[in-house]
Design a protein around this ligand. Structure first.
Ligand SMILES: [Zn+2]
Length: 138
């Protein structure tokens, strides 16, 4: 699955935290405008060898003994990567039988959490979209 964030979304950390997290899969309920968070590094590690080879792998798919793909040596260094959050959203597809998807890069905003913060309904979040749902409200 290719995930290429193209747009930036500005969120406070508590907004990001309030989204349903799908780092290992996609939400099954394909509702238009649904939004979710995804840590693209949730299962990733950086693999380094003394020969200079640097790679990236899914930790749970690595065998117990990992050989370097360049020099063949055993004993590679595995480095846990920092969280990297993106936000996914289901959007209309030109084919009405299908549903589209887009990815946002997350830009964390600074600021105190409002005392009465109420998480929006991320399953039908149209605030960022000029979609049919947004037009209905005008
Ligand atoms: Zn090597």
């Amino acid at each position: 699955m290719v995930r290429r964030p193209k747009v930036t979304i500005k969120l406070y950390s508590w907004e990001l935290d309030s989204m349903p997290e799908y780092s290992a899969s996609l939400p099954t309920g394909q509702t238009l405008w649904k939004m979710w968070s995804c840590n693209t590094n949730a299962f990733a590690v950086e693999v380094r060898c003394k020969c200079g080879m640097v790679g990236r792998a899914a930790r749970h798919l690595l065998p117990a003994k990992v050989h370097c793909s360049k020099c063949g040596k055993l004993g590679l260094e595995l480095i846990t990567l920092p969280d990297h959050w993106v936000v996914g959203q289901y959007i209309p597809d030109p084919n009405p039988e299908m549903i589209g998807m887009r990815w946002f890069d997350v830009l964390l905003r600074e600021g105190p959490k409002p005392r009465l913060y109420e998480a929006p309904d991320w399953t039908e979040h149209a605030a960022l979209e000029e979609g049919p749902r947004a037009r209905e409200k005008q």
